[in-house]
Write a protein of this length. Structure first.
Length: 350
């Protein structure tokens, strides 16, 4: 029904416009008594075999919603009703910022892909925390954090610290985003020296906050680009070992346009931005397998990139991932994607 009736209507609108319409509609819809329970009964797959214990957390299933969909933590409770095992909010920055000029999100239907150059548009970390304080469910929430566009790289650490401190009491894990192609020079923070320094500082801050609050440290994961070379991936493995962070999220969007069916003229019209969806599937899997094999499975990996079907998810899990996340697949495949993936995983266990 989604693919034949709903998606064609959605795709008549600009991507960002329909995103906001859907968010407002779901917010209203879920206020109707009993609706949340009806949605859960139709989309949630409850089976102990799907549980994953990682980072001291118990994920009810391995399928999460990636950062970027619920940037400002406006809809995490409602989205959780669609069967996701966890939701990652953000990317959040210390101060609110409008992001890049519109239009900044583009569909590539021939490739089942998206190109975005959103630029960390968000209302700021403090605004998101006010919503997180009113959490209505126990869905696991990750906080994806970044730096403001105007903050130079030399001062980026303070932005990450601010987000980390502010979100500490309100999220279950952190994703450190240094891999978006849409904030100028951000990817330079993936270089070994600045990245080691940043992650070491966040680990130190993590210990301090947990001690001060007499609570637990939060797992810290690093989100990396699919465009890294094997040598750079070797550096990532070394950095994880040295800083003792908890894992990797692989991968973010790519700047590559290789092998697309979309005409070059259309791609030239769209211009710069990160590509997500099916064209990223192969490279994301390669990165996951390389990290897993080369490190001898030394740390957990959350897979993201081109996951549209249960087969895609299982391929990522077989490559070495412990959990998976969807984003573009959610838009192209519809609200039943987590249910279908979870059922496919269960079928593969038989």
């Amino acid at each position: 029904m989604y693919k034949t009736l709903i998606k064609p209507v959605f795709f008549l609108f600009e991507p960002e416009t329909i995103h906001h319409i859907v968010f407002k509609s779901l917010k209203f819809f879920f206020k109707i008594p009993g609706i949340a329970q009806v949605v859960r009964s139709n989309y949630v797959v409850n089976d102990k075999r799907l549980e994953r214990k990682l980072f001291g957390l118990t994920f009810p299933n391995p399928v999460g919603l990636a950062a970027g969909f619920d940037k400002d933590a406006k809809l995490f409770d409602e989205l959780g009703a669609y069967g996701f095992g966890f939701i990652e909010i953000g990317t959040l920055t210390p101060k609110a910022q409008p992001g890049n000029e519109k239009p900044r999100m583009f569909r590539l239907p021939e490739d089942e892909a998206l190109i975005n150059r959103m630029g960390f548009n968000n209302g700021g970390v403090d605004e998101a925390v006010e919503r997180l304080k009113n959490r209505g469910t126990n869905i696991i929430i990750g906080g994806n954090i970044g730096k403001n566009k105007v903050t130079p790289n030399e001062e980026a650490q303070s932005d990450y610290e601010k987000c980390f401190e502010t979100l500490f009491d309100h999220v279950d894990y952190f994703a450190v985003n240094v891999s978006s192609p849409n904030t100028p020079n951000l990817r330079a923070l993936q270089d070994k020296e600045p990245l080691t320094k940043l992650l070491s500082r966040l680990k130190q801050l993590n210990t301090q906050l947990a001690s001060n609050k007499k609570g637990k440290e939060r797992p810290i994961l690093l989100k990396i680009a699919p465009d890294l070379t094997n040598e750079q991936l070797d550096d990532i493995i070394d950095i994880v070992r040295e800083t003792k962070i908890d894992g990797i999220i692989a991968t973010n969007t790519t700047i590559s346009r290789e092998g697309l069916k979309t005409p070059k003229l259309r791609l030239d019209e769209i211009g710069m931005g990160g590509l997500s969806g099916k064209p990223v599937t192969k490279r994301a899997t390669e990165v996951i397998k390389y990290l897993s094999d080369k490190s001898n499975k030394a740390f957990p990996i959350i897979a993201v990139g081109g996951i549209h079907t249960s087969e895609d998810a299982i391929e990522k899990l077989n490559a070495g991932a412990s959990l998976v996340q969807v984003y573009t697949g959610f838009i192209y495949e519809g609200p039943g994607i987590a249910k279908r993936i979870n059922k496919g995983i269960l079928k593969s266990l038989n």
